[in-house]
Design a protein around this ligand. Structure first.
Ligand code: 13P
Ligand code: SF4
Length: 350
C-alpha cells in the first residue's frame, strides 16, 4: 500500500484534481444537496474528486454503497445507495455491477462480500474499523455459550465475519428488538454491544437478555445529564438517540432508532429543532433536504468512519487495491447468520 503522499502524487498525475470553480459549477445540481453545510470554496475543492470518481465508477462498472455517517461530499456526491447497516446489507445482495466500493467501515464491506461473493468489494481504508467489532472474538462467543448453555446468540452486525459465523443470528440497530422478541427462547445472549442489549431488554421485557461487554466509543460518550441540561435550556428541542447510547441517555430521548430510523422520524415529524444524539455527519447529510429543521446540540465524530475520504475512494477505484476477502467456510457461516436476520426481519415486518 502506498503512503498518502505517494497516493496524492499518483492521482495528481492521472486526474485534474486542483480546486476548480468550473468543476463546481458543472456539478451544481449535486452541490444543491449540501449547500447548507458546505461552503462554495470547499465545494470547489471537492468537485474535481467527485467528477473523477463518478467517471471512473462508470468505467469500472462499480457502485458505491455509503453509510449514513459518511461526510456530505461522499453521501451526496458519489454514493449510489445510502442507508443504515441493514439497508446496505440488503442492497449488497442486489448489486449486479462488478465492483462494490463500501464507504463505511470494514465490517460493512465484509458483510457485502459475504452476501455477494462474486463481486469485488473494495474498502477505501482497511483501517476503518469499529470499537464494537474489535471488542469480541469467536472465543468471546464461546465463553458466553458456556455461561448460558442453550441460549441463542444474537450478534450485532458490527462484528467480524468469524464472530458472525460463531453466532446463531445477526441483528442491526433497526431490527434488534424484533429479532430478540421473535426467538423461541427465554434467555437470549446479545453480543457485543451491552448498551444495545440493555435498550432491547427494556423493549422486550418478556425475555431474559444477557450481554457481552462491548460498546461504541462514539455513543457511550453521551450522558443523560448533558441531555437533561440541554432540554432545560432548549425545551422545544426534539431529542433523538441511537440505541448504541447508554439506556439512561435513550430514556431522556423522545425517540430512539437506527440511523435510517432517525432520518425517517425527523422527516415525518418535522420538529423545529432537533438534537441527533449520534455521529455528526447525520445532521449534515439531511440538513438541506429538511430546511425547516434546525439541528442543534452536541454530536460525536466516529474516527473510523472518518477514515473514508474522497481521495481514498478515488485511489481504490484507480488502483483496485483494498479488496476484502473472507475465508469460504467462515463466509458461509457468517452468511447464514446474516441471512437468518434478513429473512426473520422480513417475515416479522410483513
Ligand atoms: P445503523 O445500523 O443504525 O446505521 O448503525 C451503524 C453504526 O455503526 C452506528 O454506530
Ligand atoms: Fe463502530 Fe460506533 Fe463508529 Fe458505528 S459509530 S462504526 S458502532 S465505533
Amino acid at each position: 500500500m502506498l503512503d498518502q503522499t505517494a497516493i496524492a502524487e499518483t492521482l495528481g498525475a492521472h486526474y485534474d484534481l486542483a480546486p476548480s470553480p468550473e468543476a463546481a459549477e458543472r456539478q451544481s445540481d449535486i452541490y444543491a444537496r449540501m449547500s447548507r453545510v458546505l461552503s462554495p470554496a470547499d465545494w470547489a475543492i471537492h468537485a474535481p474528486y467527485v467528477e473523477a470518481i463518478n467517471r471512473l465508477k462508470a468505467e469500472r462498472n462499480a457502485v458505491i454503497l455509503a453509510h449514513n455517517y459518511m461526510t456530505p461530499d461522499i453521501y451526496h456526491g458519489i454514493a449510489d445507495v445510502v442507508g443504515d447497516s441493514l439497508q446496505l446489507a440488503i442492497e449488497a445482495t442486489k448489486v449486479e455491477a462488478d465492483v462494490i466500493v463500501q464507504c463505511g467501515v470494514h465490517f460493512m464491506a465484509e458483510t457485502s462480500k459475504i452476501l455477494n461473493p462474486s463481486k469485488t468489494v473494495l474498502i477505501p481504508d482497511m483501517e476503518a474499523g469499529c470499537s464494537l467489532a474489535e471488542s469480541i472474538t469467536p472465543e468471546g462467543i464461546a465463553e458466553m455459550r458456556r455461561r448460558y448453555p442453550g441460549a441463542p446468540v444474537v450478534t450485532y452486525v458490527n462484528t467480524s465475519a468469524e464472530v458472525k459465523a460463531a453466532s446463531d443470528i445477526c441483528c442491526t440497530s433497526s431490527n434488534a428488538a424484533q429479532i430478540v422478541a421473535g426467538l423461541d427462547a427465554e434467555t437470549v445472549i446479545m453480543t457485543p454491544d451491552k448498551y444495545l442489549a440493555q435498550n432491547v431488554a427494556r423493549q422486550v421485557p418478556q425475555k431474559n437478555i444477557v450481554w457481552y461487554d462491548g460498546s461504541c466509543i462514539v455513543h457511550e460518550r453521551f450522558t443523560a445529564q448533558e441531555l437533561k441540561d440541554f432540554r432545560d435550556w432548549q425545551p422545544d428541542t426534539r431529542i433523538i438517540a441511537h440505541p448504541e447510547c447508554p439506556p439512561d441517555v435513550v430514556a431522556e430521548a423522545d425517540f430512539s432508532g437506527s440511523t435510517s430510523g432517525i432520518i425517517d422520524y425527523v422527516t415525518r415529524e418535522q420538529p423545529e429543532k432537533a438534537l441527533l444524539v449520534t455521529e455528526c455527519s447525520m445532521a449534515s447529510n439531511i440538513s438541506d433536504a429538511l430546511p425547516g429543521i434546525e439541528f442543534v446540540g452536541p454530536c460525536n465524530m466516529c474516527p473510523y468512519m472518518k477514515k473514508i475520504t474522497l481521495e481514498k475512494v478515488l485511489w481504490s477505484l484507480h488502483s483496485m487495491e483494498g479488496a476484502v476477502e473472507v475465508d469460504a467456510q467462515v463466509a458461509e457461516g457468517a452468511r447464514q447468520a446474516v441471512q437468518r436476520m434478513i429473512d426473520m426481519s422480513r417475515r416479522l415486518s410483513a
